[in-house]
Structure formats: structure tokens, C-alpha cells
Design a protein around this ligand. Structure first.
Ligand SMILES: CC(C)(COP(=O)(O)OP(=O)(O)OC[C@H]1O[C@@H](n2cnc3c(N)ncnc32)[C@H](O)[C@@H]1OP(=O)(O)O)[C@@H](O)C(=O)NCCC(=O)NCCS
Length: 470
């Protein structure tokens, strides 16, 4: 364990079957956070821990981000997210996450310059897009194109070379807005954009998304500021599903572009980065304030797969601090643009009712960052399908910072969880001709499909739900 983690008095584990006891080291981290070091548990006891979804497992140590979910605190390298969102800019936050401290003016200028000079895409990479359907979801294109970067930038795939690692990190941060903007332009059948080096990161993002080749595009600084804040709020969130995916992919020594592509794939799901898109779809489905109570009841019904999107969080059992900043930003953007979006009023009413409802209070389900980010992005002009792409652009620095940290951590090993085997004991093989009809035990139901509580496979000859849908 690192020097900032002090070894403490430790823990004693007792096997109630045999009365045998074992001692395990304890550690106290820099925020008085404690853990039991169970790395030797299996080798000394032959027993595994069971922790689906890693609710109680720290898979690594990290200096990057601290979250106190009970108190609603989020710090990047010690700095509160509220301060960064208010006073910093995205490039500065990228530097902070990658290098550990806020940059001096010279460091900031040189980092800015470096990123601005890696925004172009290889001409041949641009042709890669032509293989996609125009109707493809932009996240599908993101997964493919970012993964394909490893086929174009061979000078930055050697993970044993620190300079190549840094070059890959800078390239990924620099190219993500361009890759995302090309995915959008491709869906419209418009020419691919050209990055402009005199623009800031967020100005360039807006310009690449919304400019037309034949017209001058003037960036609205207020909108560029809103985009910048959005990127800051999404920059990192410690060991979430996509970041853990990047770490797991990287633990095998895979190249950085492939690792980031795996993070994008994981982010796409509606329980993670896809939630912002799902929130807007949900608000459209609810339609009007008159229907809010009906949908609040649906969200509580165990037989109904509906969930209140943008509500709840694995770690936050309090208001997500990012959601507070996002809510403020949402009001600012709508009033600057003079937009009267009824979805904002609907969202606020939904929040108000949910926050006074016993179900949500007992389960500590508060709005998360995605609850308001969709409305902000809609107001900024992004189509719903681009919401998760914006999340991916902002999060790319967090992924790469964790990937970098993991590679430099001598205690990391290839990620390889174990399992609690509950299947058949050893049995004898029967040739196909001698077999009777066997029950199909495979269920395709997902965690929210059908009965939320009992989405377990039924024995018998049921057809898989997906096959039923054709
Ligand atoms: C984020 C999320 C995946 C966290 O999941 P988790 O930590 O595994 O928590 P669970 O899914 O076990 O939820 C705990 C309980 O709250 C309920 N719950 C959680 N989120 C809920 C929501 N948005 N609406 C209704 N009920 C919800 C669950 O049904 C569960 O109830 P139970 O204990 O009676 O079974 C979950 O809250 C969710 O699906 N939210 C909506 C999607 C979303 O906004 N994702 C973005 C996250 S930033």
C-alpha cells in the first residue's frame, strides 16, 4: 500500500464452522477511509468473498478522485467539483487529473497547445466512417472509431514506453470531440469538420458540431462555457463501470485506444452514461405534469420495469454534487438562450415529488448528474443520440488518467475476478441420441425486464424473451 495509507490495527476473521481465526491487515486512507486487505484471503483460507457489482470491494488504490456518497462530496485530486466547475476550465481539469496538480500558467499554455495540435484525424480514419450506416447510433461509431485509432497511430501503442503512453493520452483527449463531431456530421450526410487551432477545446467542440462549411460560425462564449462545465462535471468519477472496464482491459496490457473503446462501450448502457438520453426520452414519455404521480408509482412497482431515469446512484446516497451544478447550469443556459422548455418544469416537478416520496427517501434515491444534463444538451442543440457521446468526450480524460495510474502501480495484476460456482457437480456425458428433452434454463431477462425483483430464470420450456420479440 502507498505511503499515504497507514497500516492500522487490522481485522480478525472467524470461521463459525470451525472456530478458526485469521488476521488481516487494515489500512486507513488519506480521508480516514478504512479497508481490510484481503489479498491473502484465498491463499491462506481457501475461501472467496462474494460481492456482485463490487459494492464493497476496492479493486485498486487511487489518488485521483474521492467520493463521499453519504455526504455528497466529490473531490478531484483534493479539489471540490463545485470549485472546479466554477473557476476552472476543462483543459485545466484534464491536466489536474493526468498530472496530479493544477498547472502553472506556462504548464497550462503548453498543455493547451499540445492538445490543440493533436485534434486532426488521419485522412484514412475519416474513410472508416463510410462503412457505417448513416442511421448508426453515434455511440456505435465511437466504439468502432476509437478502437480503430490503434490501427492508425502505431507510434503510441507501446505501453512500456512512458512517452508513447503520454502521446496516446494527449491524442485521445484531443481527438474525441472531432471523432464525436464526425459521427454526428456523418449521420446528417454533411462534410466532416475541421478543428480550428485558435479555438479553446469547448469552442472547437461546438464549432465542429454545428458549423456549416459555407458559413462563418461564431461561437457563443456563454454556450462554450456551458459545454466546458459539462465536460468538467463528467471528467472523472472514480471506479464507475466504464472506468473499471478501462482498467480491466488495460490490466492485460492492451493498447490505450482499445482500452478507451472498451470504456465507451460500457458507458453506453442506460444504467450508466446512456441515462442522460434515457432521461429525455422518459420526460417525453411522461409528457405533462399531470402524469408525474402515475410515473412515480410505476417506478415503485416491482412488476413494472420502469425506473426513474437520472435518479439513484451506487455511491451517492445524498444529492449528487454534480447534479446541483448541472441544475444551475441548466437554468443559466435556458435563460441565456431564451428557451422555455416545458421539460425543465416537468423535471423540476418530478424531482420535487420524488424527493418528498417515502420510497425515494427510504432508498436514498436523489437526482444524479444525468437528470439535468440532457436538458442542458438539448438546449445547446445536441440531438438526443449525441448526449452519451458528450459524456464520453468529457470522461475520456478520467479513463486515461486511471489507465495511466494503473500502469504505474506495481501492486496491480491482470484483473481476474473469481466466482461462486453454483452449477452441476461433475456428471457423465450422454451421446445425443440417448438424451431426452431437456428443460431450457436460460433466461434472457435483464435486471429491469419484467419483474424487477424476480428476474430469475424459470425452469421449463419457456422461450427467451428476446426471441419472442423477434
Ligand atoms: C444508478 C443505479 C444503476 C444504481 O444501481 P444500484 O446501486 O445497483 O442500486 P439498485 O439498482 O440495487 O437500487 C436499489 C433499490 O432502489 C431502487 N431504485 C434504484 N434506482 C431507482 C430508480 N431510478 N427508480 C426507481 N427505483 C430505483 C431499486 O429498484 C432497488 O430497490 P430494491 O432494494 O427494493 O430492490 C440505479 O439507481 C438506476 O438504475 N438509476 C437509473 C439510471 C441512472 O440514472 N443511471 C445513471 C447513474 S449516474
Amino acid at each position: 500500500m502507498s505511503k499515504t495509507n497507514a497500516k492500522d490495527s487490522g481485522f480478525t476473521l472467524t470461521d463459525n464452522q470451525t472456530g478458526k481465526t485469521w488476521e488481516f491487515e487494515g489500512h486507513t486512507g488519506s480521508m480516514k477511509n478504512r479497508l481490510i486487505d484481503i489479498r491473502s484471503l484465498y491463499s491462506t483460507t481457501g475461501i472467496l468473498t462474494y460481492d456482485p457489482g463490487f459494492t464493497s470491494t476496492a479493486a485498486c488504490k487511487s489518488d485521483i478522485t474521492y467520493i463521499d456518497g453519504q455526504k455528497g462530496i466529490l473531490l478531484h485530486r483534493g479539489y471540490p467539483i463545485e470549485d472546479l466547475a466554477e473557476h476552472s476550465d476543462y483543459m485545466e481539469v484534464c491536466y489536474l487529473l493526468l498530472y496530479g496538480n493544477l498547472p502553472s500558467p506556462e504548464q497550462k499554455a503548453s498543455f493547451d497547445m499540445e492538445i490543440r495540435h493533436h485534434t486532426w484525424l488521419h485522412e484514412q480514419l475519416a474513410r472508416f466512417y463510410q462503412g457505417f450506416m448513416r442511421s448508426a447510433h453515434p455511440m456505435a461509431i465511437m466504439v468502432g472509431v476509437v478502437g480503430a485509432l490503434s490501427a492508425f497511430y502505431h507510434d503510441s501503442t507501446d505501453i512500456n514506453d512512458p512517452e508513447q503512453r503520454q502521446l496516446a493520452a494527449h491524442r485521445i483527449i484531443a481527438k474525441m470531440p472531432n471523432i464525436g463531431a464526425c459521427a454526428y456530421k456523418y449521420s446528417l450526410g454533411r462534410p466532416f469538420p475541421t478543428p480550428i487551432n485558435s479555438h479553446t477545446y469547448s469552442e472547437n467542440l461546438l464549432q465542429m458540431m454545428f458549423s456549416h462549411t459555407s458559413e462563418e460560425y461564431k461561437v457563443n462564449p456563454i454556450l462554450a462555457k456551458a459545454v466546458d462545465r459539462l465536460l468538467i462535471l463528467h471528467a472523472d468519477h472514480e471506479q464507475n463501470a466504464s472506468t473499471s472496464t478501462v482498467r480491466l482491459a488495460g490490466s492485460s496490457g492492451a493498447n490505450p485506444y482499445a482500452c478507451i473503446a472498451s470504456g465507451i462501450a460500457s458507458l453506453w448502457g442506460p444504467a450508466h452514461g446512456g441515462a442522460n438520453e434515457a432521461v429525455l426520452n422518459m420526460l417525453d414519455e411522461i409528457g405533462s405534469i399531470a402524469n408525474v404521480k402515475k410515473y412515480i408509482a410505476k417506478a415503485q412497482d416491482k412488476e413494472d420495469p420502469f425506473r426513474l431515469m437520472g435518479f439513484g446512484h451506487r455511491v451517492y446516497k445524498n444529492y449528487d454534487p454534480r447534479a446541483k451544478v448541472m441544475q444551475k447550469s441548466c437554468h443559466e443556459v435556458l435563460s441565456t438562450l431564451g428557451i422555455d422548455d416545458p421539460r425543465l418544469e416537468l423535471a423540476m416537478r418530478l424531482e420535487e415529488i420524488a424527493l418528498s416520496d417515502d420510497y425515494f427517501l427510504e432508498k436514498k434515491l436523489f437526482p444524479n448528474v444525468d437528470f439535468y444534463s440532457g436538458i442542458v444538451m438539448k438546449a445547446l442543440g445536441f440531438p438526443t443520440s449525441m448526449f452519451t457521446v458528450m459524456f464520453a468526450i468529457g470522461r475520456s480524460v478520467g479513463w486515461i488518467a486511471h489507465w495511466k495510474e494503473m500502469l504505474g502501480d506495481g501492486e496491480q495484476k491482470i484483473g481476474r475476478p473469481r466466482q461462486f460456482y453454483t452449477g452441476h457437480a461433475k456428471r457423465k456425458y450422454t451421446p445425443v441420441g440417448s438424451r431426452g428433452h431437456t428443460p431450457n434454463k436460460v433466461s434472457w431477462s435483464w435486471l429491469w425486464r419484467g419483474n424487477k425483483k424476480n428476474a430469475k430464470p424459470k425452469d421449463g420450456n419457456q422461450k427467451p424473451a428476446l426471441a419472442e420479440k423477434g
